[in-house]
Design a protein around this ligand. Sequence first.
Ligand SMILES: [Ca+2]
Length: 222
Amino acid sequence: MRTKIFFASLFLLVCFFGISKSVAGDADRPSVGFFDVADCSSLAGWACDPDDYAAALQVHFYADGPAGTGTFVGATTANLAREAAVGDLCGSRNNHGYVFSTPASLKDGRKHTIYVHAINAPPGNNPQLTDSPKTIVCSSPCVPNCAGKTRGDDGCGSDCGTTESKIAGGEGSAAAVGPAANPPAKMTRAEILAKIEEIKQLLARLILQLIAELQKQLAATQ
Ligand SMILES: [Ca+2]
């Protein structure tokens, strides 16, 4: 009887340690990586998983909070070539980089905090990458709109009126011709020289008209 109990106990011990060893050997190791870059063009870094260095991980991006509280704004695959140092941390495989275009939804002139999660291999907890989160502030690209306008702001800081209409003194010319005549934001050298020449000619005509008027008044006094 004692012999049976001894072997039964031994069997249970072997099973216990065998299972424990198996569990310890199969323990998931979290994905690793970095969130290197966050600007108005792209969100970039690298990610890999020590349980499967050959796997190209999915990387998920959230705005203004991590997964669970933030807004999911997109995903990409971390499968781009990176420097050798990344390979040193990813089982000698350096093709674990990711680059994701900064979503237009985040370009609203407000501050947004971007969180990056690597999708674990095998499926499990999806950790944030090192240096996540990062903050960006991106303005929306300005789209000029001069529809229905002959002058005035185009919505991007430039005047919808033409140079000719302002110099010639058309409708509303007093305001339009005003100081510096509100030149376009970007002018070529040739355009600037042409503009200066136009102003010189305009001033010359005005001076000649003034002199002529004064001469007329002078003649009247004789
Ligand atoms: Ca893992």
